[in-house]
Design a protein around this ligand. Structure first.
Ligand code: SF4
Ligand code: SF4
Length: 212
């Protein structure tokens, strides 16, 4: 009896497996032939960090303001700077990112007001030597050269234009609906009562109020 049961169960499972395989023959595969094919990462992915450059001049957008380094919760960014004696502007002489401690929170990108640092959808930066995970400024600039970005100010202006206008709280121009005869009567009664209360004049006593 046990042998029959086991054989039946085995045949059932075999057919079930074949059925599942057969069904997937006609479905579009979800796998990719990596590394020939790659997933396209979402626009707001928080992957490898890069330094952005001006597309026209090719120079770094970074002004060495230090905001990103101050915003970083794990002190992954180290910056050294100098002042240009002619333009009186700061520029970075050293910009190091320690990716071994970076938690890809994106705070550095949010803090930057100069569109200079960005978390991208780039990946495949594995190395066999841990010291190579300390990214220097030149490397960060190089891997950021092909990264397209919209300037924050431009994006903010666009968002402001697209946003629906706020309700100013002004009264609607529509006239209120006309009151019914009953409502008018009730209103006049209430007005009379209010007048009586506020007038302060003693009421004339009726014949029933007179005690003398
Ligand atoms: S993503 Fe976060 S942890 Fe990484 S460098 Fe930027 S602020 Fe620091
Ligand atoms: S990357 Fe941005 S926030 Fe960081 S130092 Fe440069 S300009 Fe300042």
């Amino acid at each position: 009896m046990g042998l029959v049961k086991e054989t039946t169960s085995g045949i059932y499972n075999l057919l079930l497996g074949l059925w599942v395989t057969f069904k997937h023959l006609f479905r579009k595969p979800v796998t990719l032939q990596y590394p020939d094919e790659r997933w396209e990462m979402p626009e707001r992915s928080r992957g490898t960090i890069v330094l952005l450059s001006d597309p026209e001049t090719g120079e770094l957008n970074c002004t060495a303001c230090m905001l990103c380094a101050k915003a970083c919760p794990v002190a992954a960014i180290t910056i050294e700077r100098k002042k240009d004696p002619e333009t009186k502007k700061n520029y970075p002489t050293l910009f190091t990112l320690d990716t071994t401690v970076c938690c890809y929170c994106g705070l550095c990108e949010q803090a930057c007001n100069f569109d200079a640092i960005k978390l991208t959808g780039k990946y495949e930066f594995s190395v066999s030597d841990k010291s190579e995970l300390l990214y220097e400024m030149d490397f960060l600039q190089e891997i950021g050269r092909d990264v397209k970005y919209v300037k924050k100010k431009k994006a903010a202006k666009k968002a402001k234009k697209a946003a629906p206008k706020k309700d100013t709280g002004e009264k609607s121009a529509e006239k209120p609906a006309a009151k019914t005869a009953e409502e008018k009567k009730e209103d006049s009664n209430e007005e009379d009562k209010a007048k009586d209360k506020t007038s302060g004049e003693p009421k004339e006593k009726g014949p029933e109020d007179k005690t003398e």
